[in-house]
Design a protein around this ligand. Sequence first.
Ligand code: ASP
Length: 432
Amino acid sequence: MQLYTKILIGLVLGVVVGLVANVLALTWLQSALAFIEPVGTAFIRLITMVVVPLVAASLLIGTASLGDLRKLGRIGGKTVVYYLSTTAVAVTIGIVLSNVVQPGGRIDAATRDTLSAAFAEEAGQRVALAAEKPSIQETLLGMIPTNPIQAAANMELLPLIVFTILFGAALTLVAEERRRAVLTFAEGVNDAVMVLIDWIMKLAPYAVFALIATVVSQFGLDLLRSLLVYTLTVTAGLLLHALGTFSFIIRFLVKMNPVTFFRRVAEAPLVAFSTSSSNATLPVTMETAEENLGISREVSSFVLPLGATINMDGTALYQAVATMFIAQIYGIPLDIGAQLTIVLTATLASIGAAGVPSAGIIILVLVLQSVGLGTQAAAGIALILGVDRILDMLRTAVNVTGDLTAASFIARTEGEALVPRPMDHPVAMRKV
Ligand code: ASP
């Protein structure tokens, strides 16, 4: 059985068991689920454990083997333009849907106030976190690490990526013998990490079951019902973007059958869905790109770590719908200018969101402020917080699929054939 089939089974079983525990209020089952939850946490920790060595080693190999700084600039430029454009498309889908469906027009004031009151404290914490967010200038400066080891230690991926790219670029100018020594070491690290990922992924189906069952069992269906139209609008938007925009790009620009594409990449969005974190999924995303899609390490090692940190189509789309929803609930009209502002800020804000659980809802405050909803931010966020976990799972799956679509597109424009390279590990034996 394919790994993704096993993960899918884990996921479906998790939903069923979680629902049974929740709907029938079976406390013994809930305690049993709480008991196995650590399997899920262990999986997330294990997979997060390999992110830093993987990004550092593979990005170094990728950059240094480009051998040509102009090529690096070309791929970098294309990637950033592509990321911004697809994210803007995602936000636009979110805005158009919110105008058509009017999710905020269907909630009465009493439900609104009960929900806002129930989550007020938690929402206050998120708003406070957003207030700590640095300015744009500080964010840009923050991309330059003063100490790359510290950036790695704190898992600040963007500064780590900047350092590694510069270091890799410098390496291309170093004498062949020295350069080889560094690269051989990095190749060894990379291969060992790939073997580790294979080991860790054996745990994935069980971990996914544990993670999903616990979330679903704690998750009140009532809450979902009261926010059903909002939840469905975000979900519909995400599906439209994944099945529409991504399929279009895959079909016409990558020239691959979208069904084949989705089948090949399935593991990555499934893990993203279960972990709610693009960063934690990164090792799986990279392995999927190289082995199942046949994307070169040059491209995947550059496009994917960058994508996990800055390319978040799902998050941006969700922020657009959430902003429109909150405005509609409080009866604040947003004209076309304000809606364009949402396109701009949600695109930029999603870049600023880290690839970790719940990052999107913190950054949402900035989008709300940009259209004058600052005073409604705390109450509005309190309102949607209850269903945020499930939406976080969905949008993260879309974020990661977007990264893989991007990597396929960039690889194609670089003339790659995209033939899968299923590896019989141990990878240590394979030529890099
Ligand atoms: N959890 C998302 C991710 O890691 C970010 C978000 O909260 O939207 O991609």
